[in-house]
Ligand binder design. Structure first.
Ligand SMILES: Nc1ncnc2c1ncn2[C@@H]1O[C@H](COP(=O)(O)OP(=O)(O)O)[C@@H](O)[C@H]1O
Ligand SMILES: Cc1cn([C@H]2C[C@H](O)[C@@H](COP(=O)(O)OP(=O)(O)O)O2)c(=O)[nH]c1=O
Length: 188
């Protein structure tokens, strides 16, 4: 099982992953970007905002993804894998290109490996604004509310186009309520 937790910055992914780690101690927990030794270097380059070209930035994340699929997802395919982000983020955040172009590019990077379960934590603009105000923002978060809500919409569109097995959960529900919905979806 290849489960991905998706959502824009501050949607609550890390919070739910910490709870899942306690519930599923034998699962393999990983993430994009930064789920491999090479990915850690690529993550640092992608997030320091040095890439002036959005296409260059996209390829940094795609290189992270290609390595992640090879070294983690395919290697542990007989285990339960739970990843913080995936190609869905890759497609949604690279918003200078169309979703169709990005699906094709990401299918190359992932060698056609798709998640078996997608959990999308969906944030309303007001809640997103509040949560971003509570933390230091990285180069991507600094692009603002409208940019991130558009990313979230692209995630939903991509899930539809790829016809992925998914659940969309209101990210402003109580932490325990979200935890229960995730547990029921994974165990279904
Ligand atoms: N269900 C929730 N309700 C209210 N606040 C939440 C909820 N889940 C997470 N948070 C808070 O929102 C912020 C971002 O959560 P985090 O798990 O770091 O998000 P992400 O990993 O998606 O960026 C944190 O301050 C966290 O405590
Ligand atoms: C995986 C991925 C993430 N990102 C962005 C999303 C985040 O803003 C940033 C780092 O992801 P992450 O570490 O998950 O940040 P956060 O915990 O704040 O959500 O990289 C892309 O732009 N493209 C990608 O392919």
């Amino acid at each position: 099982m290849y489960v991905v937790i998706e959502g824009i910055d501050t949607a609550g992914k890390s919070t739910q992953l910490e709870l899942l780690k306690k519930k599923l101690p034998t699962a393999i927990f990983t993430k994009e970007p930064g789920g491999t030794p090479l990915g850690i270097k690529l993550r640092a380059m992608a997030l320091d905002g040095e890439a002036k070209s959005k296409i260059a930035e996209m390829f940094l994340f795609m290189a992270d993804r290609a390595e992640h699929i090879e070294e983690v997802i395919k290697k542990y395919k007989n285990n339960t894998i739970i990843s913080d982000r995936s190609m869905l983020s890759g497609i949604a955040y690279a918003s200078t290109l169309s979703i169709d172009e990005l699906i094709n590019l990401n299918l190359i990077a992932t060698n056609n490996t798709l998640p078996t379960h997608v959990i999308l934590l969906e944030l309303a603009p007001d809640e997103l604004k509040f949560r971003l105000s509570q933390k230091e923002n990285d180069s991507i978060e600094l692009r603002g509310i409208e940019y991130l809500i558009n990313i979230q919409n692209r995630m939903k569109e991509t899930i539809k186009r790829l016809n992925l097995n998914h659940i969309i959960i209101d990210a402003s529900l109580k932490i325990e309520e979200i935890e229960k919905e995730i547990e029921d979806f994974i165990n279904d």
